[in-house]
Design a binder for this molecule. Structure first.
Ligand SMILES: [Zn+2]
Length: 343
C-alpha cells in the first residue's frame, strides 16, 4: 500500500505529547513514523496541513444503522462500537467495515442488548426485531454469550432498564458477566432506574454505557464505580444544548466519578435523537463541564495515540483543540487506515 506523509505546524500525538513542526508517515494502514519533521524516503503522497494534527476519534456507543456511516467517517470518527442491533445485520456490516474501501468507520459490535422477558428494548420504537434478546435463566445466559463471542462480538451489552420493563435477574446477570469474562469480553450495561447501577457493581459489570442520569449516586457508589468500572459519556442526548434535570444529575455524577479517578470514554449513543454524525462538539464541551481538562477530553475521544505501529487513523483541525474544543467544529482532513477520506 502507498506510503503517505503528513506534515503539520502543530500536533497532539497523545496525552502530554504536543509536537511543533510535526510529521506522521503511514504505510499499510499503520504508522511508521510520528515525530518532528524529518527527511524520509520518498512518499507516494505528501500532505502539508495548515492546522493541527491529532489521532482520529472513536465513538464507543453508537447504533450505526440509524446514522450515515460515510458522514460519521467524514466527521473524523474512524472507529465505532455498536451497542445494540440485530446480530444478523450488524456482524456482517462489522466484517464489511474492515475492508479498506468501506465508506465508513471501522465497526465493532455487541450484537443484541440482553434483557428480561419483554424487557427493554424489545418494544422500543427505535429498535428493529432482534435488537433485544431475552435471557431465560442462567444456563441460557451462558449459551447466548458463547454464541455472541463466536459471532465476533467485542462486548456484551445488557439492559438494566427497570423503567421500561423486566431486566435479567441477579442470577442471570452474574452468569452473563461470568461467561463474558471467560470469553475475555467486557460487559457494558444500560442502567436506568433506582438501584440499577448498584446491581451492575455487585455483578462485576465492567462499564456503564451511559453516564447515570436518573438518580444521584451516593459517594460510596461513586468510589466503587471509579475503582471498578469505566463510563461511556453519552451526555449530549440528555440535553441537546438545553438545560434539563437529566443533564444536571448526569454532570453531577460524572464530575464526582472523574474526581475519584474514574475513567471516562467518549460515546454519543449516535442514532438516538439529534446527535450529529462525526465528532459531537457538544459532547466534548459537556465533558469539560464535568471537570475534564481539554487534554483529558482528547484522551477520552481518540482511537489510539499517534505512535509507531498504531492504526493510521488521524485528523487535522483548523484550530488547536487543546486550547479550545470548538476546534472540532472544523475538521479539515480525515485519514482512516492510511487512506485519505476527506481533505
Ligand atoms: Zn444506545
Amino acid at each position: 500500500m502507498a506510503r503517505l506523509s503528513i506534515r503539520a505546524s502543530k500536533a497532539w500525538f497523545g496525552p502530554g505529547r504536543v509536537v511543533e513542526d510535526a510529521q506522521v508517515v503511514t504505510e499499510d494502514g499503520a504508522i511508521t513514523y510520528a515525530g518532528v519533521a524529518t527527511p524520509i524516503e520518498a512518499a507516494d503522497r505528501e500532505i502539508a496541513v495548515d492546522g493541527f494534527l491529532m489521532p482520529a476519534a472513536a465513538d464507543r456507543h453508537v447504533h450505526i444503522e440509524l446514522s450515515d456511516p460515510s458522514a460519521v467517517l467524514a466527521g473524523g470518527v474512524t472507529a465505532v462500537r455498536d451497542l445494540a442491533w440485530p446480530p444478523d445485520r450488524i456482524f456482517p456490516l462489522a466484517d464489511l467495515s474492515e475492508l479498506p474501501t468501506f465508506e465508513g468507520p471501522l465497526i465493532r459490535a455487541a450484537g443484541p442488548m440482553l434483557t428480561g422477558r419483554d424487557g427493554y428494548p424489545t418494544r422500543a420504537s427505535w429498535a428493529p426485531p432482534g435488537t433485544g434478546r431475552e435471557v431465560d435463566g442462567s444456563e441460557d445466559a451462558g449459551a447466548i454469550v458463547a454464541g455472541l463471542a463466536a459471532a465476533g462480538a467485542t462486548a456484551i451489552k445488557v439492559s438494566l432498564n427497570a423503567e421500561a420493563g423486566p431486566t435479567p435477574s441477579d442470577g442471570e446477570l452474574a452468569a452473563l458477566c461470568e461467561s463474558a469474562h471467560d470469553a475475555s469480553l467486557p460487559v457494558t450495561v444500560h442502567a436506568q432506574g433506582e438501584g440499577q447501577v448498584e446491581r451492575a457493581l455487585g455483578a462485576g459489570v465492567d462499564e456503564l454505557a451511559h453516564t447515570p442520569w436518573t438518580h444521584r449516586l451516593s459517594e460510596d457508589v461513586i468510589a466503587m464505580l471509579a475503582a471498578r468500572m469505566r463510563i461511556v459519556s453519552t451526555l449530549d442526548i440528555l440535553s441537546f444544548g438545553r438545560d434539563t434535570p437529566a443533564i444536571r444529575t448526569a454532570l453531577d455524577n460524572l464530575r464526582r466519578f472523574h474526581d475519584a479517578g474514574g475513567t471516562v470514554i467518549y460515546g454519543t449513543d449516535l442514532g438516538n435523537g439529534a446527535v450529529p454524525a462525526g465528532i459531537d462538539t457538544r459532547e466534548l464541551l459537556l465533558l469539560r463541564e464535568a471537570g475534564l481538562s481539554n487534554e483529558d477530553v482528547l484522551a477520552a475521544l481518540i482511537r489510539a495515540p499517534l505512535e509507531v505501529d498504531a492504526p493510521a487513523d488521524l485528523i487535522a483541525l483548523r484550530g488547536d483543540p487543546v486550547r479550545d474544543l470548538r476546534a472540532f467544529d472544523d475538521v479539515r482532513l480525515v485519514v482512516r487506515a492510511g487512506r485519505v477520506v476527506r481533505g
